[in-house]
Design a protein around this ligand. Structure first.
Ligand SMILES: O=C(O)c1cc(=O)[nH]c(=O)n1[C@@H]1O[C@H](COP(=O)(O)O)[C@@H](O)[C@H]1O
Length: 272
């Protein structure tokens, strides 16, 4: 999907919500455990109940890899289900990959070609040659970790090296890489106040912003500091939506939670 198509969808749905599909078999409704593929059944029900309220889904691959072959199969069925039934949805493989060039090429092939995701999250710390193989794919997006939502972000990312905080170096340097128009960046909602300076370095790129919901980030603050003319934000929430209930009505409860966020987003979009 192109960035222009994503922006069009945001305006059509009045939403820039991304729903995280972080499936934990200990948290999903018990009755689903009797099904042959409980992870896929859970995702399918959540997707069918929420697709009109969001523009993106983000399965975090850890939650699938943890269940071995069965988990990977469920991931494959989920992305196929999205691509076949909801082709206008932007899909994010949250895999946080990145390695020497030839290995990164294989990761890119796995997520963009084999699975057919629109984007993948990538750690920047092995540098240019570890990221450019992802950027080489046309109309696919590489979402580089810039300033993450967790406490550990202060261990390295905000530390200055040669007078510049590491996350700013990541933003400024990656702009010069080949096909950098395919870059998006992760900035945690818990670090909203940093968005003012971040937008000075990257005024236009889309940001994937996790941390609204269970991690306590504020949607209003993220929008206040981070929204652009083209919106430029995908706000992710995982647990607060998908685990709204573990009863039979889990998907309609998830839909209500998604609607609350979408309604806030619609108000913000109407005020632009
Ligand atoms: O890359 C991510 O998506 C990510 C980056 C980050 O800085 N913080 C962060 O929470 N995430 C992911 O976003 C999701 C957040 O989930 P909830 O806290 O349940 O909404 C998880 O899949 C995290 O791995």
């Amino acid at each position: 999907m192109t960035t222009q198509q994503l922006v069009k969808e945001i305006h059509k749905k009045k939403s820039f919500l991304c729903i995280g599909l972080d499936v934990d078999l200990n948290k999903i409704p018990q009755h689903l455990l009797k099904k042959e593929d409980p992870i896929f059944e859970f995702n399918k029900a959540i997707i069918d109940a929420t697709h009109h309220l969001c523009v993106a889904y983000k399965p975090n691959t850890a939650f699938y890899e943890a269940y071995g072959l069965k988990g990977w199969k469920a991931l494959e069925k989920t992305i196929d289900y999205l691509n076949n039934n909801y082709p206008d949805i932007f899909t994010i493989a949250d895999a946080k990959r990145g390695d020497i060039g030839n290995t990164s090429s294989m990761y890119a092939k796995a997520f963009f070609e084999d699975l057919g995701f629109d984007s993948v999250t990538v750690a920047p710390y092995m540098g240019k040659d570890s990221v450019e193989p992802f950027l080489a794919f046309k109309n696919k997006h590489t979402i580089l970790l810039a300033l993450t939502s967790n406490e550990g972000a202060y261990d390295f990312q905000t530390k200055s090296i040669e007078g510049l905080e590491l996350y700013k170096t990541v933003l400024a340097t990656s702009k010069s890489w080949n096909n950098s128009e395919n870059l998006m960046y992760v900035v945690g909602a818990t670090k909203a106040e940093y968005l003012v300076e971040i937008r000075q370095i990257i005024p236009h790129n889309f940001l994937l912003v996790p941390g609204v919901g269970a991690q306590g980030g504020s949607l209003e603050d993220v929008c206040k500091y981070g929204i652009t003319k083209n919106i430029g934000l995908l706000i992710n929430s995982s647990r607060s939506i998908i685990y709204a209930s573990n009863k039979e009505n889990f998907s309609s409860e998830a839909s209500l939670k998604a609607l609350q966020l979408q309604t806030q987003m619609e108000l913000i979009l109407n005020q632009l």
